[in-house]
Design a protein around this ligand. Structure first.
Ligand code: NAD
Length: 312
């Protein structure tokens, strides 16, 4: 199958593209390489891989890439509330307007899998979020992804996946994601100050996200037109519990502070029954993920340019 992955050079994209190539698909990555393209270096040896370095807002190049593809996995986005807050205009153009552009180019027989977020539930405090829960995003990130979901689900043959916060290693590593960040801080600073430590958050390993896309491609006929939360209830954790699990791997100190607030309010329990009923299940639990991160982060060199002595 010929698959276009927008944002394919990103944290999730790199792991997904490798998997799609492994199982024999032809993959075109469409990405402006906002964070570089190092994560894709291992792909160029595959004859079925190609990269189009271009902006998702460029209608001419996007049209060229979309033509003759069977499936589009749409990941290109300004991701997370701090990045969207910093570049609000860009976030709206990329997350909403470019999604509209893409959708208008697609024929009915082309299938889209959209990577959305549980942030769209926003201020749904103390409820169990099924896919039917009204969306109530608080951050610009959540608002733009909610808008993009509507555009996609109204106007083309598509499935939307709402993911919780990802964690785990990728060739294009993100250390701003909560679990990745905590493990990094525990290794480097040897302490973490945690606010809203009892708030519940839901997590998924990046490889399980990738498996869900493969699952969606394989089951597109039965999944098209539907929205799914992707994850597992066993991966709902408080930040305090995450700190305790990290302490099993790393000798560090954590302080549960009374101050501080997460602007992207999240304190909800997500239900994943809908996708589990179809036979999709996550495979990587938090303990394994924390072990992986602890070893992996120590294998990369992160240099503070103003220090002579950076080490773990
Ligand atoms: N990582 C998570 O925890 C998470 C959770 C839920 C949903 N998602 C969604 O999954 C998708 C991928 O997230 P990620 O963590 O890999 O983020 P990422 O920032 O690593 O990847 C986004 C990619 O989009 C590309 N991009 C940005 N603007 C572009 C533009 N104008 N033109 C072309 N390409 C552009 C970037 O270069 C980058 O490679 C996003 O849509 C995000 O909303 C991620």
């Amino acid at each position: 199958m010929k698959i276009l992955v927008t944002g394919g050079a990103g944290y999730i994209g790199c792991v997904l593209v490798q998997e799609l190539l492994n199982i024999g698909h032809e993959v075109i990555v469409y990405d402006n390489l906002r964070f570089g393209g190092i994560g894709l270096l291992g792909m160029f040896r595959y004859p079925k891989f190609s990269l189009l370095k271009a902006d998702i807002r460029d209608s001419v190049l996007l049209k060229k890439a979309v033509t003759k593809t069977d499936v589009v996995v749409h990941l290109a986005s300004i991701v997370g509330y701090p990045a969207c807050k910093k570049e609000a205009q860009l976030a709206t153009e990329v997350n909403v307007e470019a999604t509209r552009l893409l959708v208008n180019m697609l024929a009915k027989e082309q299938f889209v899998l959209f990577g959305s977020t549980c942030s769209n539930y926003g201020a749904a405090v103390d409820v169990i979020c099924t896919e039917e829960e009204p969306l109530n995003p608080v951050s610009l990130y959540g608002k733009t992804k909610t808008e993009a979901e509507k555009i996609i689900m109204n106007d083309c043959t598509a499935t939307t996946y709402r993911f919780p916060t990802a964690f785990g290693l990728s060739p294009r590593l993100r250390l701003d994601l909560l679990i990745n960040h905590f493990v990094y801080k525990a290794l480097t600073d040897k302490y973490i100050v945690v606010y809203e430590s009892h708030f519940l958050r839901s997590f998924i390993h990046v490889y399980d996200i990738v498996r869900s896309f493969v699952f969606g491609i394989e089951n597109r006929d039965s999944m098209a037109g539907e929205v799914y939360n992707v994850g597992d209830e066993s991966m709902n954790f408080s930040k305090k519990r995450i700190c305790e699990l990290i302490a099993k791997e790393i000798n560090y100190y954590y302080y549960l502070a009374e101050i501080g607030k997460d602007i992207d309010v999240r304190n909800y329990f997500v239900s994943y029954n809908k996708i589990k009923a179809l036979g999709y299940h996550t495979t990587i639990d938090m303990e394994i993920g924390i072990k992986e991160l602890t070893s992996g982060i120590q294998a990369i060199k992160i240099v503070n340019p103003y220090s002579n002595a950076d080490e773990f």
